[in-house]
Write a protein that binds this ligand. Structure first.
Ligand SMILES: [Zn+2]
Ligand SMILES: [Zn+2]
Length: 386
């Protein structure tokens, strides 16, 4: 029988400490001895000790009883009674214990240590989600894509089928814990029975002993392997979309459900088209002759070239809409549009003959070219001639 230490001494605080001081002292010690972070083999015991001290001293009624009667005064409280006022979530918030994205901040561990809510550690656990990055072309995004991808994830070992034992060898029920994977330790103290439930050390919490571990998974029951998974990317998928493929994440533990696979879709930039939601934009160079006289030009689209009529007198920068040649809408039928912006290209080199003709054109035209823009060019001319 070990004599119980004084609660104030355990937390290293004075008898007159405020609730705030006590919480601060406990948090500091709890960080040190939390079994998820401490290397100390006695960490769980120490953690339990400080938690009990905190549970008593942070509760006014219990603290009064303890101050008056010491440990003897606590005999009326069960373990559950002692801890019922601690809000562990509040204490460990932000410390990220537990590791798993689904974890509740180290709770499972805490409850295992204290022995209520027992069995959580050995219960079914959902597998982790996994993320797969995938890069596709704009064409693929437009047409949709069905593809087989190779995804590495944790799976049930195919050799032992998850039993952890080499096929054909024996698996025995652990005779220390009787197959439950847990042991209950009961300490008799003057204050009554003190029970803790912890993972069985003999079978490491698995409930069974294997004579020869499976050679493929080394007795884990789980292997990391690539699986071929068929995925369908819908037409119109946006860059940055995440597709959920249920149950293709990591396998669950102890019969828990598997996690999900998330496929993160990246759409590569296209060398001709800029995407804006379900619309596409394209810049079409035309000559000043085409712009002046009008013409029919071939414009590329994601579904082949289409003819675009350039009306005579088209200005550089004018945008034309080609209906239904954009990207498919993701949530409803139909497609967005392709916007073709024409850019009038001025020739850089002219043959003597071309120069001659252009000069002739200028002579004939005079001021006429600018008639439509009289307002603007007129002002410029006025400004120059003065
Ligand atoms: Zn195996
Ligand atoms: Zn066992």
């Amino acid at each position: 029988m070990v004599e119980k230490r004084d609660y104030y001494e355990i937390l290293g605080v004075d008898k007159g400490s405020t609730k705030k001081d006590i919480k601060k002292a406990y948090r500091k010690l709890a960080m040190e001895y939390h079994p998820d972070v401490s290397e100390d083999p006695q960490a769980a015991e120490k953690f339990k000790e400080i938690s009990e001290a905190y549970a008593i001293l942070s509760d006014e009624e219990k603290r009064n009883t303890y101050d008056q009667h010491g440990h003897a005064g606590m005999s009326g409280f069960s373990q559950e009674d002692i801890f019922n006022n601690i809000n562990f979530e509040d204490i460990f918030r932000g410390f990220g214990f537990g590791g798993s994205s689904r974890g509740g901040g180290g709770f499972e561990n805490i409850f295992d240590i204290f022995g209520f809510g027992g069995g959580r550690r050995n219960g079914p656990q959902q597998g982790d989600d996994i993320l797969y990055e995938m890069e596709i072309t704009l064409e693929d995004a437009a047409n949709g894509l069905e593809n087989n991808i190779e995804v590495p994830h944790k799976m049930t070992c195919p050799r032992c089928n998850g039993s952890r034992a080499e096929p054909g060898t024996d698996t025995r029920t652990c005779d220390v814990c009787g197959g439950s994977g847990q042991v209950r330790q009961v300490q008799n103290t003057p204050l009554g029975q003190f029970a803790t439930i912890r993972p069985c050390g003999n079978c490491r919490g698995e409930g069974s002993i294997i004579d020869r571990p499976c050679t493929e998974c080394h007795g884990n029951g789980i292997v990391r392997q690539k699986s071929t998974i068929n995925i369908k990317i819908p037409p119109g998928v946006e860059d940055g979309s995440r597709l959920r493929v249920p149950s293709e994440g990591d396998v669950g533990k102890r019969g828990g459900p598997p996690g999900d696979l998330y496929v993160h879709v990246r759409v590569k930039p296209h060398n001709l088209f800029q995407r804006d939601g379900s619309n596409l934009h394209y810049e079409q160079p035309i000559s000043f002759v085409q712009a002046s006289l009008g013409d029919k030009v071939e414009v590329p689209t994601l579904d082949g070239a289409v003819d675009l009529k350039i009306p005579s007198g088209t200005q550089s920068g004018t945008s034309f809409r080609i209906k239904g040649h954009g990207m498919p809408h993701l949530r409803w039928n139909g497609k967005g549009n392709l916007y073709v912006k024409v850019k009038v290209v001025t020739p850089k080199k002219l043959s003597p003959k071309q120069k001659e003709l252009l000069q002739e054109f200028a002579d004939i035209s005079g001021d006429e070219i600018y008639n439509e823009e009289k307002g603007f060019f007129g002002k410029v001319k006025d400004a120059i001639s003065h």
